[in-house]
Design a protein around this ligand. Structure first.
Ligand code: NDP
Ligand code: MG
Length: 386
C-alpha cells in the first residue's frame, strides 16, 4: 500500500490527486491539508479517512472539529499544523499542492522526515531551491515533478541519466513549452483593459486562479524556468521557452548529439500526478488519447519579451539568484491577489514585480528565515509604494 499526504487537497491539483487515488486501490491517503474550505475538507475526510487533517485558518479549525467530532481524525491548524501534516509518520509521499511560498516550511519538514515529494508547488522551489535540492540529496529523497512540463522533462530523461541526475548523459538544452495563454499575440495596448474574468479563461487547462493569471502574464513560465533549473541542474541559459499553443508537446530535452526527446499527450494533469505517485510504473489512465490522423497541426512560436515582460524578469531573477527569485515571486503573489481583487490594472502586475526587483537588496545565499524576511520586505515595499 502506498501512503500519501496531500497538502492543498481542496484545490485543482489536490482534487485531481484524490481522483487518481480513487482509481488506484493501492494508494491510501493518511493526511490532508487545506487553507480555509471547511466544507470540501470535511467531505474529503469522510471519504478518505485520513489520520490527520489540517485547516490553516485557525477559526475554521473549531468548526471543522465540530463537524467531524464523530470520526477518528486529528484536526490541526496554522503553520505548525501544516508541518505536522507534512510529516505524518505513515506517509511515504507528500503531494505539495498548496499555492505560494507558504509551502516552503512544510516541504522542508517533509524532506527532513525522509518523505518523497510529488511537487506541484513551484513557488517553493523557485524561492528555496538552493536549500531543498541539496537537502533532498542528503536525505536520499526523490523530488517527483507534478508540473506538466517538468514531468515531461523527467520522462524524457528516463534511461538517459541516473534518477538524481549526477551521472549519465548531459542535457544540452531544455525546451520548455508554453501555451502562450489567452493573450498570445496581443500587444500591451490591447492588454490594458484586461479584467480578472478575461485573464481567468485559459485556452487549454483548468487550474487554480493564481496560476491561471500567472499563465496569462507568462510569469508562470518564468517560474517554471527557475523550477527546471533546480530540478534538472541546468543553467538558465540552457532553458528555452517555446510557445506550442495546442499544449500537445509538454516539453522537450535536447542532448549533446542533437537528439531531441519529447513527451506528448492530451492536456490532463492526472497523467503527471499519477506518474509521480506510481513512478517508475505507468498505469492505465482513462481519458482522451492523441489521434495523429486527426491532429491537424502542432505549431511553434517564440515568446514576445516586449509583450510579456514577466518572462524576461524571471530570467533576470534566476540569473541573479540568491534572494532575487523570492523578490520576483513575492511581488507577483501580492500583485496577482490585488489584481484579482480589482485593486490594480492587469499591466501593473509586471510593473510591480519589476519595481520590487529594482528596489530589492540582494542576499546571496538566503536561509529560510531570510527568504521569509525578503517576502515580508517586498510586501512592505509594495504596500508603501503602490
Ligand atoms: P488552487 O488555488 O486550486 O488550490 C490551492 C490549494 O492550497 C487549496 O487546497 C487551498 O485550500 C490550499 N491552501 C491555500 N493556502 C493554504 C494554506 N495557508 N495552508 C494550507 N493549504 C492552503 O491551486 P492549484 O491547485 O491550481 O495550484 C497549486 C500549486 O500547484 C501551485 O503552486 C501551482 O502553481 C501548482 N500547479 C498547478 C497546476 C494546475 O493545473 N492547477 C499545474 C502545475 C502546477 P482552500 O481550498 O481551503 O483555499
Ligand atoms: Mg506547468
Amino acid at each position: 500500500m502506498k501512503k500519501i499526504a496531500v497538502l492543498g487537497s481542496t484545490g485543482s491539483i489536490g482534487t485531481q490527486t484524490l481522483e487518481v487515488v480513487r482509481s488506484n486501490r493501492d494508494i491510501q491517503v493518511t493526511a490532508l491539508a487545506a487553507g480555509s474550505n471547511v466544507a470540501a475538507l470535511e467531505a474529503q475526510i469522510r471519504e478518505f479517512s485520513p489520520q490527520i487533517a489540517c485547516i490553516y485558518d485557525r477559526e475554521k479549525a473549531e468548526d471543522l472539529k465540530q463537524r467531524v467530532r464523530n470520526l477518528d481524525v486529528k484536526i490541526l491548524s496554522g503553520m505548525e499544523g501544516l508541518i505536522e501534516t507534512a510529516v505524518e509518520p505513515s506517509a511515504g509521499i507528500v503531494v505539495t499542492a498548496v499555492v505560494g511560498m507558504i509551502g516552503i516550511r512544510p516541504t522542508i519538514a517533509a524532506i527532513e522526515a525522509g518523505k518523497d515529494i510529488a511537487l506541484a508547488n513551484k513557488e517553493t522551489l523557485v524561492t528555496a531551491g538552493h536549500i531543498i535540492i541539496p537537502l533532498a540529496r542528503e536525505k536520499n529523497v526523490q523530488i517527483l515533478p507534478v508540473d506538466s512540463e517538468h514531468a515531461a522533462i523527467f520522462q524524457c530523461l528516463n534511461g538517459e541519466r541516473s534518477p538524481d541526475g549526477r551521472s549519465g548523459n548531459k542535457i544540452q538544452k531544455i525546451l520548455l513549452t508554453a501555451s502562450g495563454g489567452p493573450f498570445r499575440g496581443w500587444s500591451r495596448e490591447q492588454m490594458k483593459e484586461v479584467k480578472p474574468e478575461d485573464a481567468l479563461k485559459h485556452p487549454n487547462w483548468a487550474m487554480g486562479k493564481k496560476i491561471t493569471i500567472d499563465s496569462s502574464t507568462m510569469v508562470n513560465k518564468g517560474l517554471e524556468v527557475m523550477e527546471a533549473k533546480w530540478l534538472f541542474g541546468v543553467e538558465m541559459n540552457q532553458i528555452q521557452v517555446v510557445i506550442q499553443p495546442q499544449s500537445i508537446i509538454h516539453s522537450m530535452v535536447e542532448f549533446e548529439d542533437g537528439a531531441v526527446m519529447a513527451q506528448l499527450g492530451t492536456p490532463d494533469m492526472k497523467l503527471p500526478i499519477q506518474y509521480a505517485l506510481c513512478y517508475p510504473e505507468r498505469r492505465y489512465l482513462p481519458g482522451d488519447r492523441l489521434d495523429f490522423t486527426t491532429l491537424s497541426q502542432i505549431t511553434f512560436e517564440s515568446p514576445s519579451p516586449e509583450n510579456f515582460p514577466g518572462l524576461s524578469l524571471a530570467y533576470r531573477a534566476g540569473e541573479t539568484g540568491g534572494s532575487m527569485p523570492t523578490a520576483f515571486n513575492a511581488a507577483n503573489e501580492l500583485a496577482v491577489s490585488r489584481f484579482l481583487n480589482r485593486q490594480i490594472s492587469y499591466l501593473t502586475i509586471t510593473d510591480i514585480i519589476e519595481s520590487a526587483m529594482d528596489h530589492h537588496r540582494l542576499v546571496k545565499n538566503p536561509s529560510v528565515d531570510e527568504i521569509l524576511e525578503t517576502e515580508k520586505a517586498v510586501y512592505e515595499y509594495i504596500e508603501s509604494r503602490w
